[in-house]
Design a protein around this ligand. Structure first.
Ligand SMILES: Nc1nc2c(ncn2[C@@H]2O[C@H](COP(=O)(O)OP(=O)(O)OP(=O)(O)O)[C@@H](O)[C@H]2O)c(=O)[nH]1
Ligand SMILES: [Mg+2]
Length: 313
């Protein structure tokens, strides 16, 4: 993480700018990594697997003369299950609220077949968009410079972007320029949020996400995609005793329950061992985390469960 963002404005007559920037793009492009980088703290979970983010996650970036309300979203993909349809809907719904769209693309996805696919799907997503679209070409730390320039040209031919900015969300390269670009496209407007509130997500939600992140990292194949985390208890004592968190990890099949529990409970213990310190750091106090695993057949198609997870209207 780099320094927290600040802007110094040499022109005192320049208006304060603010507005909503919808961050959209394919799964795994680095949207959540970029959100966390902008905020200088972990609000959104990040994994090497696609379709990590399932909800809209709001982050507030306040500078001296601007406030950007960033909306991180689930990756755009061809949905099959109800849950995936809702994820894509959540992402596309943010476009209606946006003053500026920030489309994140992965610069390592540059072989001709990939690009042809991107080219086919792209217009579909941006058809209704009437606001400026900035393209951030991410992961430039993995791409040779001579490959980057033709790729930028390829994207410029695809859509009339307000600008194309190469960045590395992981290393923070190009991100200051990206912020300057986004701010210049926002309308004059007030501070909508106090400058010390980085998100509207609850600690309860972020804690559940941190547990889900560990499940994503530690399990394979379909297991992460059959998993959700529900917080059943979140007790914050008035004194300095630990915060007590009880969380249920939902799975779809008994065999998946076995995987999440692991041999003699080893997997569940590992999930807890990795998640608890992160939650404690976020809360700034000790945490006592207890985890259970429950089988709920076909929960990814169950509207009331999806609603409980903030994933269905
Ligand atoms: N090398 C490199 N890796 C990156 C960069 N940005 C993100 N990543 C990695 O890419 C993977 C996906 O990052 P995420 O931030 O979860 O991607 P996302 O777009 O939010 O993905 P979904 O939530 O699935 O839509 C993670 O392993 C990140 O560490 C970057 O600039 N450089
Ligand atoms: Mg994400």
């Amino acid at each position: 993480m780099t320094e927290p963002f600040s802007t110094s404005d040499s022109n005192p007559a320049a208006p304060h700018r603010s507005g909503v920037v919808a961050m959209i793009g394919p799964p795994n492009a680095g949207k959540s990594t970029l959100l966390n980088h902008f905020l200088g703290q972990k609000i959104a979970i990040v994994t090497p697997k696609p379709q990590t983010t399932r909800n809209r996650i709001l982050g507030v970036l306040t500078g001296e003369a601007c406030q950007i309300i960033l909306l991180d979203t689930p990756g755009l993909h061809k949905p099959r299950e109800l849950m995936n349809r809702e994820m894509v809907r959540v992402a596309l719904d943010t476009l209606a609220e946006a003053d500026v769209v920030l489309f994140l693309a992965d610069a390592t996805r540059n072989n001709p077949d990939r690009l042809a696919k991107i080219g086919r799907e792209f217009g579909e997503y941006l058809r209704e968009v009437r606001v400026p679209v900035v393209l951030a070409l991410n992961k430039i730390d993995l791409v040779a410079r001579e490959e980057l320039l033709p790729l930028m040209e390829w994207y410029r031919d695809l859509y009339p972007f307000a600008s194309v900015v190469p960045v590395s969300a992981l290393q923070g390269d190009g991100t200051d320029m990206l912020v300057t670009e986004l701010v210049s496209l926002l309308p004059a407007g007030p501070r909508y949020y106090p400058d010390d509130i980085p998100t509207d997500a609850t600690e309860r939600f972020i804690a559940a996400e941190m547990i889900r992140e560990k499940v994503f990292m530690l399990t394979r194949a379909e297991v992460p995609y059959s998993t959700a985390v529900m917080i059943e208890a979140f007790q914050e004592p008035d004194d300095n005793r630990p915060v007590v968190i009880h969380a249920v990890i939902l799975v779809e099949q008994p065999s998946q329950k076995g995987i999440i529990i692991g041999k003699k409970g080893s997997m569940l213990a590992e999930i807890r061992r990795k998640a608890a310190p992160e939650i404690a750091e976020m809360l700034g106090r000790r945490v006592s985390l207890r985890l259970w695993v429950k089988v709920k057949k076909k929960w990814t198609r169950n509207e009331s469960i999806l609603r409980e997870l903030g994933l269905s209207r």
